[in-house]
Design a protein around this ligand. Structure first.
Ligand SMILES: Nc1ncnc2c1ncn2[C@@H]1O[C@H](COP(=O)(O)OP(=O)(O)OP(=O)(O)O)[C@@H](O)[C@H]1O
Ligand SMILES: [Mg+2]
Length: 259
């Protein structure tokens, strides 16, 4: 069953401050491409990623390449090649771009930094190469997102967990981040939390929809995006996207505004 899946989550529950916020969540992430996690605000998307990483109290099974890792500490799971690009980007504001990247390098251990990975990062982020000496705190939101993604891509990870990378960014930058992720996803599978359905449509082959801490739908992205009623019912937004360019309703700003 785990053959072509890089990650399997089985019966995962998570508790925050004594409250269970993720309930018995199960899904699989294929070993290539982008799997998107969708859901309204506050339904437990971030908590699901954090539970996979052991950053919150959790129960259930998490398998990486068929091996249980749910008993392990976060640092061990990360060293097994699970990389996390958090919602708030978490760059070191007082350090330069180059220093932020150097801190992320895991050396030549398994799943560590390789010359190929450094080359990919330089090719994907020419703007960061130019800004190597600039303090990360003085970068725009989009540029900080690129630093956060570049840090994850420097290492030879098995999977990236990326939480709302386009949130709050201007439409042009959303497109740039999406294109960067598309290229990155050719080299490493991505589990992507994303509320912008145009980005989901551009990137994701499969979707996992969460509502009130539970998985309420999984399947091909196309199947969901082509069904406006299902999108409305599961996500509470009109599908817009799904093939035509009139879907301005799903730009991040407007999703933000609707929160
Ligand atoms: N530090 C915390 N303390 C208390 N409750 C929390 C904390 N973090 C999250 N929660 C609660 O857990 C639930 C799930 O939150 P979570 O951040 O995982 O949702 P989300 O789907 O990522 O939301 P968003 O779309 O806003 O990013 C919410 O009800 C939230 O209020
Ligand atoms: Mg979140």
């Amino acid at each position: 069953m785990s053959g072509s899946n890089v990650l399997e989550v089985r019966g995962l529950s998570a508790r925050i401050a004594g409250q269970e916020v993720v309930h018995d969540v199960s899904f699989e992430v294929p070993a290539s491409g982008v799997t998107a996690v969708l859901g309204r605000n506050g339904v437990g998307k971030t908590s699901t990623l954090r539970a996979i990483l052991g950053l919150v109290e959790r129960s259930g099974e998490v398998l990486l390449d068929g091996v249980r890792v749910d008993g392990e500490r976060t640092d061990r799971i990360v060293r097994r090649g699970v990389s996390y690009v958090p919602e708030d980007r978490e760059v070191f504001a007082g350090l330069t771009v180059a220093e932020n990247l150097r801190l992320a390098e895991r050396g030549t251990t398994a799943h560590g930094t390789t010359p190929e990975r450094r080359g990919l990062v330089d090719a994907l982020f020419p703007d960061l190469v130019k800004r190597a000496g600039q303090r990360a705190g003085t970068l725009s939101g989009g540029q900080q997102q690129m630093v956060s993604l570049a840090r994850a891509l420097l290492n030879d990870n098995r999977i990236l967990l990326v939480d709302e990378p386009t949130k709050g960014l201007a439409p042009r930058i959303v497109t740039e981040v999406a294109e960067t992720l598309a290229t990155a996803a050719l080299t490493v599978p991505v589990l992507l939390v994303e509320q912008n359905l145009q980005v989901v449509e551009r990137l994701a082959e499969r979707v996992v929809v969460i509502d009130a801490g539970r998985v309420v739908h999984t399947g091909p992205a196309r199947e969901l995006l082509d069904d406006p009623e299902l999108v409305q019912r599961l996500l509470g937004v009109s599908a817009g996207g799904a093939g035509d360019e009139v879907s301005t309703s799903s730009t991040s700003e407007e999703v933000e505004a609707g929160r």
